[in-house]
Design a protein around this ligand. Structure first.
Ligand code: FMN
Ligand code: ADP
Length: 318
């Protein structure tokens, strides 16, 4: 029988009792894009070949958020979404490894000795992407991992970068595509529509009452947003995926108190329920128009009704 429970631990040692033989993919896996998916496919093969449990180890927070916080890019996936995507790929043993400045000081050999080559745990294989670097000053790469692993009978697979169009797929390239509003390009490299998730909070009560269009406000997501505008979208609420339309912008028609704030507001079609405090995911499908300033709320409200129709139409193709 298949054990479908997901185990999420902080260090490989915590898996030893339940899974003494593991094959491990290591990376950051922000976005779990098609390049990551290739690494994870290879991990599954290595695990089966060596009669081990496939384990995905990712660093959290993002190493750059710890080492150079001022230059850290906004993330493409929250921890929740990453875990769900990995689970969807059949990977149920996850190490969410705390990344710290102290960790970054370890040499590649020290990192492996301390966390992987330990009593009670056998690592049968490592699997990393071609561009992966590790250890102090990023001094380790796949070739060094293979060399250090060989001494311990560990097979290492360094997976070549996946290409899309003229270039390789990377989280950086996907960030650029999302930020430029190139949703189709981002989607092709992610293998799914770009999405964000977060908790629904209270807005100013204008959507339902004045505009006759209730919108769930998603705040504090810390994720990268596409450009301001209106998009055909879907909302994942629990297990359900519902059609809708989403607004990203600073709502200049309604909010002009000199305190502009970027808001994400999702209106779901054929839906009426309280979502406050709930986690929802918003999947972006198609850009419909930019955010504009309207002369009055009636004109905005009429335009929103046209946006709803345009979004319904766009989603028929999805
Ligand atoms: C489909 C849609 C399109 C929107 N387009 C605009 C727009 O072009 N300009 C604008 O100022 N606000 C726009 N809004 C945002 C509304 O102003 C916002 O939903 C309203 O301020 C409700 O805020 P509340 O959540 O605080 O009640 C749009 C909202 C939706 C749902
Ligand atoms: N179809 C719907 N789409 C989005 N939210 C809805 C819908 N129906 C009910 N709601 C609820 O209504 C709230 C939004 O109402 P709204 O009047 O826009 O208030 P607020 O200003 O607090 O966002 C959402 O947070 C959700 O709890």
């Amino acid at each position: 029988m298949n054990d479908t429970t997901c185990r999420i631990v902080s260090y490989p040692s915590e898996l030893a009792a339940a899974c003494p033989r593991i094959a491990v993919a290591i990376g950051v896996f922000d976005g779990v894009h098609i390049g990551h998916q290739a690494i994870l496919g290879e991990l599954r093969r290595l695990a089966v070949d060596s009669a081990a449990v496939p384990v995905v180890l990712f660093f959290d927070p993002h190493p750059r958020a710890v080492l150079t916080p001022e230059q850290a890019p906004p993330r493409l996936s929250s921890l929740d979404t990453k875990v769900r995507l990995l689970q969807d790929l059949g990977l149920r043993h996850l190490v969410c490894f705390p990344f710290t400045r102290e960790l970054a000081e370890l040499s590649p050999a020290e990192f492996l000795e301390r966390y992987f080559f330990i009593p009670g745990l056998t690592v049968t294989a490592f699997c990393v992407g071609q561009n992966w670097r590790f250890g102090k000053g990023n001094s380790g790469n796949g070739a060094l991992l293979a060399e250090l692993g060989r001494a311990r009978d560990v097979a290492t697979s360094v997976v070549p970068s996946v290409r899309y169009g003229s270039d390789v797929v990377s989280s950086t390239r996907i960030r650029q595509a999302v930020a430029a509003g190139e949703l189709d390009l981002a989607r092709a490299m992610l293998g799914r529509p770009y999405s964000i998730n977060g908790v629904v909070s209270h807005g100013r009560g204008v959507g339902g009452k004045v505009l006759k269009c209730p919108t769930a406000n998603i705040v504090d997501h810390g994720l990268l947003l596409p450009p301001f505008g209106i998009y055909a979208a879907r909302g994942r609420v629990g297990q359900r995926l519902l059609d809708g339309v989403v607004y990203i912008g600073d709502a200049p028609t309604i909010r002009h108190d000199g305190n502009p704030e970027v808001i994400v507001e999702l209106h779901l079609f054929s839906f009426a329920a309280d979502l406050y405090g709930k986690q929802i995911e918003v999947l972006f499908y198609r850009f419909l128009r930019p955010s504009m300033i309207f002369a009055d709320t009636e004109s905005l409200s009429a335009q929103i009704q046209r946006d709803i129709k345009a979004a319904r139409l766009a989603l028929l193709d999805e």
